[in-house]
Design a protein around this ligand. Structure first.
Ligand SMILES: Nc1ncnc2c1ncn2[C@@H]1O[C@H](COP(=O)(O)OP(=O)(O)OP(=O)(O)O)[C@@H](O)[C@H]1O
Length: 322
């Protein structure tokens, strides 16, 4: 019934989640390979947090099946949360504890010495120090970014095989964001897997090996970032006349993602095997010139999102009111 990938740290199969009449996830299937830095992208309300919470067994799916480190979140949520470093969007910390006490408290949930490394509390203290956190300061007196750093230190101190991060860099200053994201790449190089949800597309582009795009609870695409970049092109097509094709004809070996039209010009964001496939546009009737560019992840993201927007409503003057 399932197609679990032996190299997958996470597999999700046709998972759905509804809240009353709101669909949060609609038959989502996704595989996160071991050792990847996997960026989950999508607009507000796309279902990113819901996905992460189902994987951690914090909420139950209505249908479908998931596996995390070989465990079933529906049954083994507690064990998954023990093994996975999780940084939630809004970290739940005890305000009355100090930075240092927070590590002592969390160490209680990680009694086993971390194999081959310092115990949890020592690693936490080192990480907190590395982030410049004052050990004696109370959590309630920390800034938003400092709280995020505490949360990250707590997650990383367990030396987890898998890190799940929901908007991990929101609230962090530019320098720390950069350092933090680079440490994600180091973790992956060490064989760990990182799944992060983010709105910071430029950051995801810098560190992710894989990306997935969610839209209204559905998967739009999931693939290695290199492949996505290698097969996505932005074509700027200049036509001799104003009257031109609004999209590449179906006979060309191109898949249109998004099109923007101007009187004698069109911008087509397409998937294609390679540049040579894009070059076929040059031979369309009426084409004066063609430029082929390789778009960045942000342009690709916007193109996919815009391509999924419903057509604009007709102007109100066209609506007959009885
Ligand atoms: N507890 C809840 N009760 C009702 N609806 C919910 C609940 N949690 C999430 N939803 C709805 O499910 C959908 C997906 O929400 P989710 O938080 O997963 O999105 P997201 O992609 O993480 O968004 P954001 O980027 O804004 O954090 C949204 O429409 C949201 O309103």
């Amino acid at each position: 019934m399932t197609t679990t990938d032996a190299n997958a740290t996470i597999s999700i199969e046709k998972v759905s989640k509804h809240y009353r009449d709101q669909t949060a996830l609609d038959g989502l299937s996704l595989t996160v390979p071991e050792g990847s830095v996997f960026g989950l992208l999508g607009e507000n309300g796309a279902g990113k947090t819901t996905t992460l919470q189902i994987l951690l067994g914090l909420i139950a799916a209505d249908g479908g099946y998931a596996r995390v480190l070989g465990l079933d979140p529906a049954k083994d949520g507690l064990e998954i949360r023990r093994r996975v470093g999780y940084v939630p969007e809004l970290p739940a910390l005890y305000d009355w504890m100090t930075v240092s006490e927070m590590g002592w408290f969390a160490a209680g949930f990680h009694p086993e010495a971390v194999t081959g490394t310092a115990p949890y509390q020592t690693r936490y203290a080192d990480l907190a120090q590395g982030f410049g956190l004052p050990p004696k300061r109370k959590i309630k007196a920390l800034s938003k970014g400092m709280r995020a750093k505490v949360s990250l230190s707590l997650a990383l101190a367990a030396n987890p095989k898998l890190l799940i991060l929901d908007e991990p860099t929101s609230g962090l200053d530019t320098m720390v964001r950069r350092e933090f994201l680079e440490s994600m790449v180091d973790l992956a190089a060490d064989g760990r897997t990182v799944l992060l949800s983010s709105h910071q597309i430029a950051e995801v582009e810098r560190v992710a090996s894989h990306v997935a795009l969610l839209h209204q609870g559905k998967l739009i695409l999931a693939e290695p970032l290199d492949e996505l970049r290698a097969h996505t092109f932005l074509l700027a097509v200049n036509f001799q006349t104003r009257d031109h094709d609004p999209a590449p004809p179906a006979s060309l070996p191109l898949e249109l993602i998004d099109a923007a039209d101007a009187p004698r010009q069109a911008h087509w964001l397409v998937r294609a095997r390679d540049r040579a496939a894009c070059d076929t546009v040059r031979h369309l009737p009426g084409v004066e010139s063609l430029q082929i560019e390789s778009p960045g992840l942000e342009e690709i993201y916007i193109g996919y999102m815009r391509g999924r927007r419903p057509a604009p409503a007709p102007p109100t003057s066209a609506i007959h009111v009885a």
